[in-house]
Design a protein around this ligand. Structure first.
Ligand SMILES: Nc1ncnc2c1ncn2[C@@H]1O[C@H](COP(=O)(O)OP(=O)(O)OP(=O)(O)O)[C@@H](O)[C@H]1O
Ligand SMILES: [Mg+2]
Length: 249
């Protein structure tokens, strides 16, 4: 087991005007899993990811990643923890405009000062992601989909234990979204990367192996892909979503 989230609660606001964003979340993720998180706007998906990534502090409960209780980390420890254990891909993943694509991808290693054979490592990853021909370009010279694949490369370059992706396909057209999802699927299958993916898009979710559905800060339902293909799993996902919607979010 890589990640254990136990009775997680997050309450924003004041005692007299609270917003319960997470209301007792429990789940496990094994190493090598690819897990989707879905749910209506405001159901707590980003809050959950932000708590796991130590960007936000839970009000109650525990998050244990690789045996370490991340909710107990001191403020001074969180930056190093994130750098050493996590990879991030967001809806609008920011690349640094003054650096080339290659320099952007190298960045986490530069910060970690690890003495890898970095060039070989980058070469393998960018080939996998199909961005080997744009390494010398600057972010303003490449497309949104290429930017997201660069962000994916940057997220995995330091071999994180867990990749956290919050709506990474949200700003992409369907072709670019598909290509990014194929990329994540490949990372999961060939590099055995463990991925948590928040998405509104049932097509993106159909690439994962398991989907957790949040409703009002609770896990409302969970479905497994099993031996199904993407289309059958997509249909399962859409069914649950229509049920969620039908219950009046
Ligand atoms: N920093 C904050 N301060 C106060 N309330 C917040 C804060 N962040 C989130 N919330 C509230 O917590 C609830 C969950 O928000 P969250 O961002 O996790 O939803 P989400 O599922 O990611 O939604 P979306 O799909 O729109 O991104 C919402 O009611 C939101 O208004
Ligand atoms: Mg969100």
């Amino acid at each position: 087991m890589l990640l254990h989230v136990e009775n997680l609660r997050k309450i924003y606001g004041t005692k007299y005007n609270p917003t319960v964003a997470l209301d007792g979340i429990d789940f496990f993720v094994d190493e090598g899993e690819f897990v989707g998180i879905m749910g209506a706007s405001g159901s707590g998906k980003s809050t959950l990811l932000n708590c796991i990534s130590t960007i936000d502090m839970p009000s109650e409960g525990k998050i244990v990643l690789d045996g370490k209780d991340v909710s107990k980390l001191k403020d001074s420890e969180t930056a190093a923890f994130r750098r050493n254990n996590l990879g991030f891909i967001f809806q609008e993943s920011k690349l640094l405009d003054t650096l080339t694509v290659e320099e952007n991808i190298f960045l986490p290693l530069t910060i970690q000062r690890k003495q890898y054979d970095i060039h070989n490592k980058v070469k393998k990853i960018v080939e996998q992601l199909g961005i080997d021909d744009i390494l010398m370009k600057f972010p303003y010279e490449i497309s949104g989909g290429q930017k997201q694949r660069c962000a994916a490369a940057r997220a995995i370059i330091a071999n994180p234990k867990l990749i956290l992706a919050d709506e990474p396909t949200g700003a992409l057209d369907s072709a670019a979204a598909n290509s990014l999802m194929l990329t994540l699927e490949k990372l999961n299958k060939t590099n055995l990367s463990t991925i948590l993916l928040v998405t509104h898009d049932p097509i993106s979710a159909s690439f994962t192996n398991r989907v957790l559905f949040l409703k009002d800060g609770k896990i409302f339902h969970e479905i497994m892909k099993g031996e199904k293909n993407n289309i059958d799993f997509y249909n399962d996902i859409v069914n649950v979503l229509s049920f969620l919607g039908g219950r009046g979010n």
